[in-house]
Design a protein around this ligand. Structure first.
Ligand SMILES: Cc1cc2nc3c(=O)[nH]c(=O)nc-3n(C[C@H](O)[C@H](O)[C@H](O)COP(=O)(O)O)c2cc1C
Ligand code: SF4
Length: 412
């Protein structure tokens, strides 16, 4: 018997089935506030049958913004978010929101200050100078997470997902590759977890007894010198002790191993096509291939590592990474994961969950060109299969070539 369409309880929240729309940055929030486009998109995913949809990547402070079309949690956006959660609830799904701080992955023009991170340095990927946060600034930063959880509750969200992976602020503290501190927040793993512990104290207090708290974390950072399983398993144990209700197991660092997160190839031509800043456009066209190396995609690419967590960690675990077929989702759930998250499958087909209900062999049409990712950095997130206008021929060619290479790799 498939568990897929059975309810699942995560802390105080019960979902109608085991599917969650993973936090995938929509880039639909001009002025850093929710838009009708954001609401319509999440309503369509909710109507498509998911147990919960997650609004992506909301910054807990202005300094945590890395894009100008990204949500920034503040009281004046609550009414707009409330309309979104009402629309999602009306479709029978729960609503979650991912809360985070980008740390060193920003630019003064967007975040309004010199970007801050775990350590002082230069981030080549932004590119920008970064100021290491002082220890006396950290309690305030942790409180900003708690404040954002309270705002999320006011807006009617059922769950928050704290972003502790992908090389953003908490992850920058956790990873020895980005944390070069010599104080109580650097050095040993215990010290590197201290900022995360402070954040989780604030978050759990703010969440109270009626909101689910999910944490997205890295199983591996995805490059030499980053975190590996020996340490991340300890991070998971710590999060379990903190009272979090579920973990989403991911990996990769957007600044050092971006395709480790999502796998496949980045369509560089497409990415630069949408960029408006001329020096960035030409810089990325010249160095993009080297800075964003391909990491081959395969279905359920994180499963092997995630199973090691499943064996050691008792709390609910949510699998994410490369799910495109009902068969694989059933297999993952049979291994004991409580739920699954999908980003690209639901971007490609917002009603994929409903179709899986009807078809045991359902498979979505995502062919992992990563067009949606290349575009998201500059304009809104969209799948090239659903655009009203045809793609310019040079982009069409790049996407088709990537899909062909992906298919050939998959056939091996
Ligand atoms: C367009 C796009 C935007 C993404 N933005 C985010 C994000 O804001 N936060 C995050 O944690 N992960 C983000 N991701 C990663 C996804 O949540 C997910 O972990 C990853 O894509 C693997 O899942 P999939 O194979 O189902 O796409 C993004 C992925 C895509 C495709
Ligand atoms: S743009 Fe490509 S990778 Fe993204 S959802 Fe569509 S088919 Fe999948």
């Amino acid at each position: 018997m498939s568990k897929l369409f059975t309810p699942i309880t995560l802390g105080p929240l019960t979902l109608r089935n085991r599917t969650i729309r993973s936090a995938a940055f929509e880039s639909m929030c001009p002025g850093n506030k929710p838009s009708q486009q954001l609401l319509d998109y999440h309503r369509s995913v909710a109507a498509g049958g998911v147990g919960m949809t997650t609004v992506a990547y909301a910054a807990v402070t202005r300094s945590g913004l890395s894009f100008d079309r990204q949500l920034w949690m503040r009281p004046e956006i609550i009414p707009g978010l409330r309309q979104l959660t009402d629309a999602v609830h009306a479709e029978g799904a729960a609503a979650g929101i991912q809360l985070g701080h980008c740390g060193n992955m920003s630019h003064r023009s967007i975040c309004g200050c010199t970007p801050v991170g775990a350590s002082t340095g230069f981030n080549l990927y932004s590119p920008t100078f970064v100021r290491g946060l002082r220890a006396d600034e950290l309690p305030d930063m942790a409180r900003a997470y708690g404040r954002s959880v309270r705002l999320a509750r006011e807006a009617g969200f059922d769950a928050v997902e704290i972003h502790a992976g992908h090389g953003y602020l908490i992850s920058q503290f956790l990873s020895p590759a980005t944390n070069h501190r010599h104080d109580l927040f650097g050095g040993s793993l215990e010290n590197r977890m201290r900022f995360m512990d402070m954040v989780m104290d604030e978050v759990m207090q703010a969440a109270g007894t009626d909101m689910a708290v999910i944490v997205k974390m890295n199983m591996r950072d995805g490059f030499r010198g980053g975190m590996e399983l020996d340490e991340t398993l300890q991070v998971a144990h710590r999060l379990e002790q903190s009272g979090a209700h579920a973990l989403v197991l991911s990996g990769g660092f957007v600044s050092k191993a971006p395709m480790y997160v999502m796998r496949g190839e980045m369509p560089i031509r497409t990415m630069t096509h949408y960029m408006t800043c001329w020096w960035l456009k030409y810089g990325v066209r010249l160095a993009g291939r080297m800075m964003i190396p391909t990491v081959p995609f395969k279905e359920a690419y994180f499963l092997e590592d995630a199973l090691k967590f499943r064996r050691e960690i008792k709390m609910p675990l949510i699998y994410v990474g490369g799910l495109v077929s009902r068969q694989k989702i059933d297999e993952v759930l049979d291994y004991g994961f409580e739920a699954v998250q999908m980003a690209r499958a639901l971007l490609n087909e917002p009603s994929f969950v409903n179709r899986m209900k009807a078809e045991e062999n359902a498979r979505c049409q995502c062919r992992h060109s990563n067009y949606c990712i290349a575009r998201m950095y500059t304009i809104d997130m969209a799948c090239h299969q659903h655009l009203k206008e045809p793609l310019p021929p040079c982009l069409q060619k790049e996407i088709e070539q990537i899909e062909k290479r992906q298919a050939a790799y998959g056939d091996r």
